[in-house]
Design a protein around this ligand. Structure first.
Ligand SMILES: [Fe+2]
Length: 376
């Protein structure tokens, strides 16, 4: 077990309802309320408990700060407070274009937060990249008086671009970006596919490489990393109190599971990872990386208890062979994600766009697949 820090959380908004999770809308400042900004010289410890090698200063850069000041805070879809004082406050943000859940996980007393899986907007038809979604998150954090001390990726996404690098730069360049240590496997797999032959392109693309069972912290809350391979080899989850940020290792019960056919993916690993999540205490809540609702509103999470009973693909009694057979058959008929190639070219470099050419133009590459016998 990890050390529990002394804490005297004062969350007046919490409804302590007899062991039940309480949901309510966040109350957001909608007008020019004076914002609580963090002291500019304050040093925040690293995400990682065991090292002091990465520290972050706590304010946005001047240029970014003035720009974000004009951006209205994005309103969370729901504001979720766990009922115990071991779990941080979780704000949830749904990015509709890619059906992605983004999270701001906060110690409200200390005024510190991390961001999990932020989205960089990209329209493949026009080539337009936008930071609107990321700016809304930054503005939200600022409006709540939260200092962002880390940006965490659950994995190298293949269906949306990460805003991690943009956010880091917007926050002054010292907020660490973390991902699973096996990101190197994903980089080695995809770099040749996109002609990323210069190994220097991958130097220092991430600040923190997480290993299984490694402690992490958010303010005074202590959590840990769990390695959840299968969807991708680098995939990790973050367990903080009763909140589990599971990424694409499991989806909501009526959606089931993510595909496991990307290079480095493995249905058997995915089964094991899902079972690991289902083995957590039943009142833990699994926050997913995406949601694809049918006939209901979007939902960001379900408890382990609900997942054990109702997950469409792996319940507590599902046999591995049964799941593997079904998942492989399903994956064999799935098309490639719409943003597959742009996502990978950006995400294996922590959110950086490809380097510009000699004329300053930036391109994404799309490998052509054609029958070998066809001459075109
Ligand atoms: Fe994914």
């Amino acid at each position: 077990m990890y050390p529990r820090l002394p804490r005297n959380i004062s969350l007046s908004a919490i409804a302590r309802t007899q062991g039940r999770v309480h949901w309510h809308k966040a109350s957001l400042p909608r007008t020019s309320r004076s914002l609580k900004l963090a002291p500019s010289q304050r040093l925040i410890g690293s995400l990682r408990m065991s090292t002091s090698s990465i520290c972050s200063q706590s304010t946005t850069s001047d240029a970014s700060s003035s720009r974000i000041a004009n951006v209205p805070p994005t309103e969370p879809w729901r504001c979720h407070f766990e009922f115990d004082d071991e779990t941080p406050t979780i704000y949830t943000f749904f990015e509709k274009m890619t059906s992605t859940w983004q999270y701001v996980v906060a110690d409200m007393k200390q005024g510190e937060a991390i961001v999990i899986d932020p989205v960089l907007d990209y329209d493949p038809a026009s080539g337009k990249v936008s930071t609107a979604t990321a700016d809304g998150l930054l503005s939200f954090a600022r409006s709540m008086g939260l200092t962002i001390t880390g940006i965490m990726e659950t994995h190298a996404h293949a269906d949306h671009l990460t805003a991690a690098h943009y956010m880091k730069e917007a926050l002054g360049g010292n907020v660490p970006v973390g991902i699973g240590a096996r990101i190197d496997q994903v980089q080695k797999t995809f770099a040749p596919m996109y002609g990323m032959d210069d190994p220097n392109m991958f130097q220092n693309t991430f600040d923190t490489l997480f290993h299984d069972d490694e402690p992490i912290r958010v303010g005074s809350f202590i959590g840990k990393v769990i390695h959840l391979p299968g969807h991708t080899p680098d995939h990790v989850g973050y367990v903080i109190g009763k909140a589990v940020f599971a990424g694409d290792s499991i989806f909501n019960p009526d959606v089931g599971s993510a595909r496991a056919d990307f290079p480095g993916g493995d249905v058997h690993d995915l089964y094991t990872s899902m079972k690991r999540l289902l083995s957590l205490p039943e009142d833990y809540r699994l926050f997913v990386g995406h949601d694809y609702p049918s006939g209901r509103d979007q939902t960001c999470s379900a408890t382990v208890h609900e997942q054990r009973l109702r997950n469409k693909h792996v319940t507590i009694g599902t046999a591995e062979a049964e799941f593997a057979q079904w998942r492989k058959a399903r994956d064999s008929v799935l098309g490639a994600p719409r943003l597959l190639h742009p996502s990978l070219q950006v995400n294996i470099r922590g959110g950086r766009l490809p380097p510009p050419d000699a004329e300053g133009r930036v391109w994404f590459k799309t490998p052509i697949v054609k029958p070998v016998e066809v001459k075109i």
